[in-house]
Design a protein. Structure first.
Length: 57
């Protein structure tokens, strides 16, 4: 298992699936998965999430 968002415990697979289902922006991934909505205010995960969007959209 590959945790992308530590605050919310969201795994890579969950984010990739959301992107493939149409979450093609950081905000949409936040909405769909909760990733990027934790106490660090996405400071730890935003870049990783954006890279996954680019790779999988
Ligand atoms: S690691 Fe994702 S919001 Fe903190």
């Amino acid at each position: 298992m590959d945790l992308i968002c530590l605050c919310k415990g969201v795994e890579k697979d969950v984010i990739v699936k959301a992107v493939k289902e149409g979450a093609d922006t950081f905000e949409k991934v936040q909405e769909a998965t909760g990733a990027g909505t934790g106490f660090c205010n996405a400071g730890r995960c935003r870049k990783k999430i954006e890279a996954l969007i680019e790779e999988n959209k």
